[in-house]
Each structure stands twice: as C-alpha cells, then as structure tokens.
Design a protein around this ligand. Structure first.
Ligand code: SAH
Ligand code: SF4
Ligand code: F3S
Length: 464
C-alpha cells in the first residue's frame, strides 16, 4: 500500500467510528487546536484541521467540551516553550475527568529530542506525538491510537518526507501558501534550522496550481510562506528565482494582493526589488528582519550582512517602491552586546524609520552556537535596553502612520471588532491595521477608507 492509500484507509476507519458514535449520541466529536509560533505553524494547523474535518471531527473553541485537543508548538524562544508545558500541565485534570479525551502535541518542539522526552516522561496524559514533517500521517496515528490505546510517538527527522495536504483555511478571502520548507542559514541564536530541517523549495507548478484553485474559490490575497523566501528556487535543480515565482503569481486572475514572509537581507536581490516595484499585485510591504544594527553582533549572529549593506537595501527598495512600509525583527541582548552595539541598533532604527517591528529579548536556545557564547547579557540590562528600544520605535511608528492622515486607502475587510459589532477591521496593502464602521457583509471585500484618526499601531477611518 502506498502512503496515500494508507492515509485514505485510516481516514475512512476513523471516520466510520466517528459517524457511528454520532448516530448513537446525536453529537459530533469535537476538536480544539491551539497554535503557537509563526505563520508556518498557523498554516500547518490549517492542514491538521482539514485532516480532522475529513475524519468527521468538528472544531470547537471550548477546550472543556472537546474530544481531541492538539497543541501545535513553537520553541523559538523559551517563553513559547514554557507556555506549552503550563497548558499541558493544566490538562491533567481534564483528562482525569474525561478519560476518553485524546491529547496530541506536534510542531517544532516535538522535532527536538530533549523537548519530546520531557513530554513523554512528565506528561503521560499526552496520547499522540508527531512532528512537522509527518502531518500527513495524522490519520494513521489516530487510528493506531484508537485501536491500541497506547501512546504514539511518530517523528520524521527528514523534511524530504513532507507531503502536500489540503487546508481548512481560517479565512475565505486570504490564504497562506507554503513555497519552501526548512532553513539553511543557521543564525547562531536560532533553533529553527534544527527543527524544520534543511531548506527545500516546492515545485513552482504545484504552488501555482494551488493559488489558481484559491483564486477560483474567490480568494483575493495570498501570503507566500518560507523562512527565507528570497532564496526560493535554489534547491529546484534548475534556474528559477523568487522573482520568477512572483511574476507568475501576479498573472493569476482573481488574486488582488500578494504578500510574502520572511525575507533575509543577504538574499534580497536587485531582481526581486525590481519585481516588487513592477508587479502590481505585490503589496507595498517588506518585512526585513535586521536583528541588530551592530556589525560586530551581526557577524556573531552569522547574518552575513553589515549595517551598511542593510541600509543600502532599504534605500534601494524605498526608491523602487514608493510608500513602501518596512517592518523588522530585532533581538536585544545577544551575547556580548555592549552599550555601543545597542546604540548602533538605535541609530539604525532611526535611519530606516520602520512602520512596525517585532522586538525580542535574546533567549538562550540549547543546541545553538550562541547558547555557549561567553558574556551572556544579564536580564536586567536586556530589559533596560528593550524598554529604550521601544521608546525609540513607538514615536517612529506614529510618525510613519501620520502620513496616512486624510488619505484614502484600499482596505481588505477581515473581521468585525471584538468590542463593537458595527466596526470592521482590515489591512491596507502596506499591512496597516484599519478600523472603520461598516456592515458585516463587507468582510472579504476591498473597500476604500478615508483615514481620520492615526495611532501608533492602528488607523481609523470611514468608508467613502
Ligand atoms: N526566518 C525568519 C524568522 C524566524 S524566527 C527570519 O530569518 O527572519 C522569528 C524571529 O524570532 C527572528 O527573526 C528573530 O528575531 C527571533 N528569534 C529567533 N531566535 C531567537 C532567540 N533565540 N531569542 C530571541 N529571539 C529570537
Ligand atoms: Fe532562524 Fe536565521 Fe533561519 Fe530565520 S534565517 S529561521 S532567524 S536561522
Ligand atoms: Fe516557532 Fe517553529 Fe515557527 S520554532 S517560529 S513555529 S518555525
């Protein structure tokens, strides 16, 4: 039996069991999935959700009511990891009260033996453990667990095993599309290359087919996902670049907006900058993680660019794409970071004038090179620098947003506000979050909004 047949057989068996139960009780089995980490994980959860729905499970947002709880984990920083242990600990009681409850843990944490062993030895109420390369095997794992009642641990170290699975997407108008898996960069602080394996690009045909299908279903915006999309194509074995892919996606009827995450400065080519300027559907937003403004620290991070290289790229992209929004990731307190190094970061953010930034306290990740570096920065200093960085960034974000005052922007309406049913929120092409009054039936549509109020993190306006 090939792998696909095995999967179909397992789906049919689990579904038959679920249907039988449903006939008896009148209710469907419910699943609850909690996702930590980046968009890669979010998209993986959409695939898991598709597999579960095809086996007859329905989704719930109430953990207490669910029959199957899945944690899709991240370990990029220590607090992400600790959160999972905390939440799993709290489930012990629920499992005691409801022994038929199934609990699964998957995602990046499970790709690391150390974290996996903690779960296996200390959290015995977890029934199924799987990784990021074998999501397609989930039906077989559930089936096996239901037949044997024994804890299942199934991990594939090899990203080559990754198989394409359909997704039960969270939105009906914007979608994530994987274009590559893994990462080869080995930034010295980062655990991702040790969890997601080596870089591997998906074939352009299968990416384009997926996007064409999405367009036929009415999707308007797609986000191309990869840890380093700028190096897309390198593993294909023939000449094909990320700019080539963007050009093809830009031709697909129905798609109005193209986004991508994440770009690495060392691979941001002139060809790509040109493509961003020329292709009408590619949004005017670039997320370009800088991590630090100090050349000494960048070198120790193995980022392979200097502050000057980075500023030159920013210059080029601002020229090629007028009004582009630039966002970034910054790590504060990398081992050996001095006050002088940190001041270089402050200087850089003043020069670039970011629209937004994710800022992180350096977190030691066992197994990475930086974890064993000397001169780890004391927490107190890290926190002080972190505060100072935010104090520098926030006024810049506000200043950038002020440019939108009284202008009309195209917004893709995404959802109603949590606090007020009559208020919708959506994003501009540049990625700015906008709140405005409007009817629910506008969700999923592109609307023109005039900006009337500007804040550091959001814009407010009215439909014109
Ligand atoms: N592949 C992407 C991002 C991956 S992780 C890229 O290269 O940009 C997202 C962000 O988490 C990173 O950009 C970095 O800023 C942060 N990060 C990764 N490892 C970290 C660590 N050990 N401590 C603190 N922040 C970290
Ligand atoms: Fe981590 Fe660097 Fe790869 Fe990004 S590029 S995932 S920061 S190793
Ligand atoms: Fe976390 Fe894995 Fe993404 S470690 S940031 S979920 S690739």
């Amino acid at each position: 039996m090939d792998r696909n047949e095995e999967q179909l057989k397992a789906i049919a068996e689990v579904k038959a069991r679920n249907d039988f139960e449903c006939k008896k009780t009148g209710v469907r089995k419910l699943y609850f999935i909690e996702t930590h980490g980046c968009q890669m994980n979010e998209h993986d959860s959409e695939k898991i959700s598709w597999l579960l729905e095809s086996m007859g499970y329905h989704e719930t947002d109430d953990k207490e009511k669910s029959d199957f709880i899945i944690y899709n984990t991240c370990l990029v920083r220590e607090n992400a990891e600790l959160k999972v242990y905390g939440q799993l600990g709290a489930l012990k009681d629920l499992k005691r009260r409801k022994p038929e409850l199934m609990i699964a843990v998957c995602g990046c944490m499970m790709q690391r033996e150390e974290a996996r062993n903690v779960i296996i030895s200390k959290y015995k109420h977890v029934d199924i453990i799987f990784g990021t390369s074998n999501i397609h095997k989930l039906p077989q794992l559930i089936n096996r667990y239901q037949k044997t009642g024994k804890t299942i641990v199934d991990i594939m170290e090899d990203e080559k095993e990754i198989e394409e699975i359909e997704s039960n997407r969270k939105y009906s108008f914007k979608a994530f599309v994987d274009i590559m898996y893994g990462c080869n960069n080995f930034c010295t602080y980062c655990i991702v290359p040790y969890t997601r394996g080596r870089e591997k690009s998906r074939e352009p045909e299968s990416i384009l087919k997926e996007i064409e299908n999405l367009a036929l279903q009415g999707y308007k915006e797609i986000t191309l996902l990869g840890q380093n999309v700028n190096s897309y194509g390198k593993t294909l074995g023939y000449k094909y670049s990320f700019a080539d892919l963007l050009e093809e996606v830009n031709k697909i009827d129905g798609i109005k907006r193209i986004r991508f995450m994440t770009s690495h400065p060392k691979d941001l080519s002139d060809e790509l900058i040109q493509a961003m300027g020329n292709l009408d559907k590619v949004c005017e937003h670039l997320h370009l993680p800088v991590q630090s403004g100090s050349n000494r620290i960048l070198k120790m991070m193995n980022r392979r660019y200097t502050k000057e290289d980075y500023l030159l790229l920013i210059d080029k992209i601002k020229k090629a794409v007028p009004n582009i929004a630039i966002t970034t990731d910054i790590i504060v307190g990398f081992p050996g970071e001095t006050e002088e190094d940190f001041n270089e970061t402050l200087d850089l953010v003043e020069k670039v004038k970011y629209d937004s930034a994710f800022t992180f306290l350096y977190s030691i990740r066992e197994g990475t090179i930086a974890a064993n570096m000397e001169n780890q920065v004391p927490d107190e200093i890290k926190h002080k620098r972190f505060e100072k960085l935010l104090d520098t960034l926030y006024p810049i974000f506000y200043e950038q947003n002020l440019k939108y005052m009284d202008t009309v922007v195209e917004v893709l309406a995404e959802e109603t506000s949590k606090n007020n049913e009559n208020v919708l929120s959506g994003r501009t092409r540049t990625g700015k979050l906008v709140h405005f009054e409007g009817e629910k039936d506008l969700i999923g549509k592109l609307v023109d909004v005039k900006i009337t109020t500007v804040k550091s993190f959001t814009l407010e306006g009215c439909i014109i």
